[in-house]
Design a protein around this ligand. Structure first.
Ligand code: NAD
Length: 733
């Protein structure tokens, strides 16, 4: 079966329709590229064909390149994968260039057959790059349709000519949001940004494209860069205006990426160097940089975690066998910060929600949270009045547990107090159907203990959201000792409904994400106590690619929460408790009322509006800065290993059951250096042997918390890697 269909209509317009069988969205493969190339040849050679329309048989145009293809090319290429990837990229350039020149006489620039792209809906990656090679682009104004080049978000950049074409169409500065930030634009905005030429209604799309093809003149079919005297919009690099642009862009990219993302640098280089040479040479340069990025371990790791494995987890890679468990009616107990967020995202996904709190006022406040978020969406033009009404009508805010009747899933998010949790579990179970699943959103209480309050512990599970619920994409699903398969399937099907990314872990203190985040924060605080400059700590984290340093993170999550967790952990661990030095700092901050952002005072200083100003100067008085400061690498190694070793331990102990989940969760859950692909990918990039050396060095100076786990040592000794051993989801032996 072929991915493209070829048809010449009665007016002599060749229509190339992309319609991959059995898929809801088109993705490009090697075979499909060959097919479309042959069809372009056919249309150009056929005298009866007056012009070409490239379109899609679906209500979207394309999702992009099948990224598995790139991985396969690399694997199949033997000892010269760079050459194979470069050749593949160049063959793509030849095909799109053939479409773009469309039989034009290179001397007279006449005789090209007009090529239009009729884009019925969402269009990304290589789909957009095909469109950019056409002479004119028409996009249907379908709700939610967007077009763009989001490659940068998975560690690549547009390498199918998109970088060179788009930057030459609008100039480097104007191209930045699309190329460097991967912004996907709605049709009207895409038109202003120069990505498309016309926005039309879906019914008129083909007619309008055809009308243009049949009336286009020679000049309409020549790209600006193929004309004599073409100049780069905004100025080429050696033009005064261009010079300013590139110097500025370089600084801007570095500020945003800290230089740790190879794709962003390569993209800028491709645009800069490409702007100095003729178009075909620029494509060659783009292909060389693209190959370099594809060969970089960071890009492969990012693609693996942020695209391939994230998608596998979302599609239920670790779902036990069980019939469809989609949720129809959800009960949420506790309408506080988390409960209100859970009710909102569920109602948004079309699920009916009963939102219960102890007082009607509190329940209503929870529903009002949803209303506020919808209003914000309306202001931004993302939510219609009908949508708002529909979502709000799905949420019933009440104090009446009787309203839980018929709920097939209940999630409790009441106070973090076992007694309150026991009470609401019993009250809900008295009403809900026998086969309903009961979930807790607890952050710190063991699921197996809470399950004791349930008459049906096999139907009891943890579904742990992160705050703010509407923004955070990770959901941890926690299996208690007695949790059954159907409960796991239910939780996974629910997370899929609300379009978040799930991981499934076993029950242990702090589950997975918080277990790794806490040592990261603690290591930062420990360094403040030792007299390491707080700015060095924060900058070391930022330079590793973390969105926020450990001190900013604890300010955001609140210092009193840190104190609470520290007290509870000490009570549970007794003499083995290792974090006295951390507590000294935390407790001192709490005593001074410096509770973090919410108190407008923490490790950072804030103005009265709550805007962060800078690190609090008082830190230096409480914990004087030492005369000898560690070097940057030492601080980075400590911050990195504090969390990475915890991830390895979680896997070794069987809390985490799949390293792919460990990597995806780290990036989505706490922003773990996305360029690395996650903690396990990072260990594979630096190599287990080197990691053990770092651990030994740190341990000799900072103590046993840096002891390399046995599993890491074993991998180092045998010359293995984490993905080599466990990359398909195998559990630790
Ligand atoms: P919150 O204090 O904002 O909300 C708790 C709500 O539960 C309040 O509205 C309270 O009135 C209500 N409540 C108390 N007793 C009740 C009862 N008997 N019946 C019905 N409602 C009752 O707390 P939160 O931050 O939303 O946290 C809720 C749960 O989620 C806790 O278990 C917490 O550990 C967990 N959690 C919190 C976060 C976070 O970042 N805040 C993240 C993940 C998980």
């Amino acid at each position: 079966m072929s991915d493209f269909k070829y048809h010449v209509d009665e007016d002599g317009v060749a229509i190339l329709t992309w319609d991959v069988p059995g898929k809801s969205m088109n993705v490009m493969t090697r075979e499909a590229f060959a097919e479309v190339s042959e069809m372009i040849d056919r249309a150009l050679a056929d005298d009866k064909v007056k012009g070409i329309i490239v379109t899609s048989g679906k209500d979207s145009f394309a999702g992009g390149m099948d990224l598995n293809v790139l991985a396969r090319i690399r694997e199949e290429a033997g000892d010269n994968p760079a050459q194979a990837l470069f050749d593949f990229t160049m063959s793509g350039h030849h095909i799109l260039r053939k479409l773009e020149r469309a039989g034009m006489d290179p001397k007279t620039l006449k005789g090209a057959k007009p090529v239009a792209c009729a884009i019925p809906g969402t269009c990304a990656g290589i789909g957009t790059e095909i469109a950019l090679a056409c002479h004119r682009r028409f996009m249907a104004d379908r709700p939610k349709a967007k077009i763009g080049l989001p490659e940068i978000l998975v560690g690549l950049f547009p390498g199918g000519g998109g970088t060179t074409r788009y930057s030459r169409m609008v100039g480097a500065m104007a191209a930045a949001p699309v190329l460097l930030e991967g912004k996907m634009l709605e049709p009207a905005k895409a038109k202003s940004a120069g990505l498309i030429d016309e926005v039309v209604s879906p019914d008129e799309l083909m007619a309008r494209a055809k009308e243009w093809v049949l009336s286009a003149k020679d000049d309409d079919c020549v790209k600006p860069w193929d004309k004599k005297g073409w100049k780069m919009p905004g100025g080429a690099p050696y033009h005064p205006a261009g010079f300013m642009t590139f110097v500025g862009a370089n600084a801007m990219v570095h500020a945003k990426t800290q230089g740790v993302y190879p794709a962003a640098k390569a993209l800028l280089s491709a645009v800069y160097e490409g702007a100095l040479v003729p178009f075909d040479v620029a494509l060659r340069i783009e292909a060389r940089w693209f190959t370099k990025v594809l060969m970089d371990p960071s890009s492969s790791a990012m693609i693996r975690s942020l695209f391939l494995n994230k998608e596998k987890l979302e599609k239920g890679a670790n779902r036990p066998e069980a019939p469809d468990q989609r949720v129809r009616k959800l009960g949420v107990l506790g309408a506080g910060m988390m409960g209100a967020g859970i009710a909102h995202v569920s109602a948004l996904a079309g699920i009916d929600v009963v939102l219960i709190d102890a007082s009607q006022e509190a329940a209503d406040r929870g529903k009002a949270h949803s209303e506020a978020l919808l209003d914000k969406g309306m202001k931004r033009g993302k939510v219609t009045a009908e949508k708002k009404a529909e979502v709000l009508s799905r949420i019933t805010a009440t104090t009446d547990y009787g309203a839980l009747e018929g709920c097939d899933l209940v999630i409790e998010a009441v106070f973090e107090d076992p007694a309150v949790k026991v009470e609401v579990t019993k009250k809900a179970e008295a009403v809900i159907p026998q086969d309903a699943i009961f979930a807790t959103n607890t952050s710190t209480l063991p699921i197996s203990d809470l399950a004791k309050a349930s008459a049906r512990p096999d139907q009891f599970i943890g579904i742990h959201f992160f705050s703010p619920v509407d923004k955070m994409m990770l959901v941890e699903i926690i299996k208690g000792r007695q949790t059954g398969d159907r409960a796991v399937a239910k939780a996974l099907d629910y997370v899929r409904q609300i379009r978040k990314t799930p991981i499934v872990v076993n029950d242990a203190r702090f589950f997975y994400a918080n277990r790794c985040i806490i040592p990261y924060i603690n290591e930062g605080i420990r360094m403040v106590k030792e007299g390491v400059k707080p700015a060095l700590v924060e900058n070391a984290a930022r330079l590793l690619g973390f969105p926020v340093g450990p001190l900013q993170l604890v300010d955001e999550t609140s210092i009193d929460l840190g104190v609470k967790i520290a007290k509870a952990t000490r009570a549970a661990m007794g003499d083995a408790y290792p974090d006295d030095a951390v507590d000294e700092v935390l407790f001192a901050m709490a005593e001074r009322g410096r509770l973090g952002r919410k108190a407008k005072a923490g490790f950072y200083a804030y103005d009265e509006k709550g805007t962060r100003l800078g690190l609090w100067e008082g830190l230096g008085e409480l914990w004087p800065v030492a005369a000898n400061q560690p070097d940057l690498k030492e601080v980075q190694n400590r911050l990195m290993m504090a969390q990475v070793l915890e991830a390895v331990r979680a896997f070794e102990e069987g809390v985490l059951m799949d390293i792919r989940e460990g990597d995806v969760a780290a990036i989505l859950g706490w922003g773990f250096a996305p360029w690395s692909g996650g903690p396990f990918s990072w260990l594979d990039i630096i190599g287990a042997r080197r990691a053990v050396e770092i651990c030994e060095d740190l341990k000799s100076r900072h103590g046993p918390r840096f002891e390399a786990p046995a599993l890491l040592r074993d991998i180092a000794t045998k010359g293995d890697s984490f993905y080599g051993r466990y990359g398909s989801g195998e559990a630790a032996a």
